[in-house]
Design a protein around this ligand. Structure first.
Ligand SMILES: Cc1ncc(COP(=O)(O)O)c(C=O)c1O
Length: 503
């Protein structure tokens, strides 16, 4: 029997029982051997795909004894850039690069170059960084209800390195506030199963128990499950607007009302929606209110490095009150190194990224974001319409511009494999089996939406004519989704990370 057959046979096991069995079977030498062999096979395929430059460029295992010339370094980097940018420039990639026009990139690069030595930790040396970050936060806060809240909320925040950090620091703030003000020592966060992995990371890092609630058939949080999940240790409820997997919106109003009624914090994860939802609303699209205009919303994550069109490495975490933000801040008063304080997880930070973020927001302006949002949402309509003509494919839930595709009749991972063969770089997801595309400005280029639908039609036809193809990643996705021994799946992922750092 191989690992796929074992997965299939044991897929009915409840998770806790599967964990119990896994611990025991891992010790059986024959089983261990089989797993090691499977791992090795998977890793050799991955290693190959991760190292396309082997043999093409010098490998530097230790420092070169004398410096390599700047010309050579620049030419090598240019070469890699040229190879790597083709796919995303032509609009084959889901999410990832959200703007991507040459002029926009050149502009951000100029700003970066001017500010490459800046470090917001040293606000005395770089008051420009302080100005940029305060203005980024203020602009984001005003986009998300500041000045329009029923309680005239302060709405403040900080710049972070990305959506994950915004979520981490927000969860830490709730944990510390609950400990300080309510004496809660075993904190719990309630989140839908579709909430981003960053919340799981926060739970691990900060020792906050996760209470997962299911989503309804519409892929949005189940309100009655939420009500049942609340207890005296609940410190925060989380909702996505929209979620990463299916691009669907949790019922933020209902959820945050429940949080407010129970004296619990509520975090809107608007990492994906932060620079789309406010403009979609202004354009007259039917999108829900998810921000501080809802009295129960106490924090938000808003990613500038996604649809804010900044360079990678910035996001904004927003709080309803300065009092809550204080729990994010770190201060040290007794250190021989002097008085130390920093707002986020990092110490020194790249001021140049904040400068580029500020520059992107100014250069886009409201008009630019409205235009960008309009073209993304128009492209989304084209995709929705096109998919209607493919009966084997369904879109999960009621998303707006991020679509998860599934099928009741054919293996969706085999369709994904076919799309990959046609150069698409899409995200394979599971529970349920599907893949998604997050539409960006790259997809608004002429002909891209039409190419997507054309390729999807061809891929579906191919899978229908050749079902059960064992090549490609379809079996790997299938196994990773169904293997009841989740510890083993986790081990494989750790090995993958090892491979990334292997030379
Ligand atoms: C809804 C949502 N939240 C959080 C994140 C995490 O953002 P980052 O990858 O910038 O850390 C993402 C990333 O895609 C996301 O889609």
């Amino acid at each position: 029997m191989n690992i796929e057959e074992i997965s299939e046979k044991l897929s009915w096991l409840p998770p806790s029982f599967a964990r119990f069995i896994e611990k025991r079977v891992k010790k059986i030498p024959a089983f261990k051997k089989m797993i090691d062999a499977e791992n090795e096979k998977a890793m050799s395929v991955l290693e190959h795909s991760l190292r396309p430059y082997d043999g093409k460029f010098d490998k530097h295992i230790s420092l070169p004894s004398t410096g390599v010339s700047r010309e050579k370094i620049l030419s090598d980097i240019q070469h890699m850039h040229d190879v790597e940018s083709v796919k995303w420039k032509e609009g084959f990639v889901s999410g990832g690069i959200y703007h991507g026009d040459n002029e926009h990139i050149d502009f951000l690069n100029k700003v970066y170059a001017l500010q490459s030595q800046s470090n917001p930790l040293h606000s005395d040396l770089f008051p420009s960084a302080t100005k940029f970050e305060a203005e980024i936060v203020s602009m984001a806060a005003h986009m998300h209800g500041k000045g329009k809240t029923p309680d005239n909320a302060q709405v403040c925040g900080t710049v972070t390195s990305g959506g994950t950090e915004s979520i981490l620091v927000a969860m830490k703030s709730y944990r510390d506030r609950a400990r300080e003000e309510k004496g809660i020592t075993e904190p719990e966060m309630i989140l839908p199963t579709t909430a981003h992995a960053a919340f799981d990371k926060a739970s691990q890092y900060f020792n906050i128990k996760q209470v997962k609630i299911p989503v309804t058939g519409n892929y949005s949080a189940d309100i009655s499950a939420l009500k049942r999940a609340i207890n005296n240790n609940t410190i925060v409820i989380v909702g996505s607007a929209p979620s990463f997997p299916h691009g669907t919106f949790d019922p933020i109003k209902e959820m945050s009302d429940i949080a407010l009624k129970n004296g619990i914090g509520f975090h809107t994860d608007c990492c994906l929606g932060g620079f789309v939802v406010p403009f979609a609303e202004k354009l007259g699209y039917k999108v829900p209110v998810v921000d501080f205009r809802l009295q129960g919303v106490t924090s938000m994550s808003v990613d500038t490095h996604k649809y804010g069109y900044a360079a990678k490495g910035t996001s904004v975490v927003l709080y309803r009150t300065e009092e809550l933000r204080h729990y994010q801040f770190y201060t040290l008063t007794e250190w021989p190194g002097g008085l130390y304080f920093s707002p986020t997880l990092a110490g020194s930070r790249p001021g140049a990224l904040s400068a580029a973020c500020w520059a992107a927001m100014l250069a886009m302006g409201e008009e630019g974001y409205l235009k960008a949002t309009k073209s993304i949402l128009e492209t989304a309509e084209k995709i929705k319409e096109g998919v209607k003509a493919i009966p084997e494919i369904k879109i999960l839930g009621e998303p707006v511009w991020i679509f998860a595709f599934a099928s009741d009749t054919i293996n969706i991972y085999e369709v994904l494999d076919q799309m990959t063969r046609k150069h698409w770089n899409l995200n394979g997801l599971h529970k349920p089996a599907c893949f998604h595309i997050a539409l960006t400005l790259r997809h608004t280029q002429q002909g891209v939406a039409e190419r997507f639908i054309h390729d999807l039609k061809e891929s579906v036809a191919h899978v229908k004519a050749n079902p059960g193809n064992k090549e490609g990643l379809a079996p790997v996705y299938g196994m990773a989704a169904s293997l009841p021994f989740r510890g083993m799946v986790s081990d494989i992922l750790k090995k993958y990370l090892d491979v990334i750092y292997k030379l």
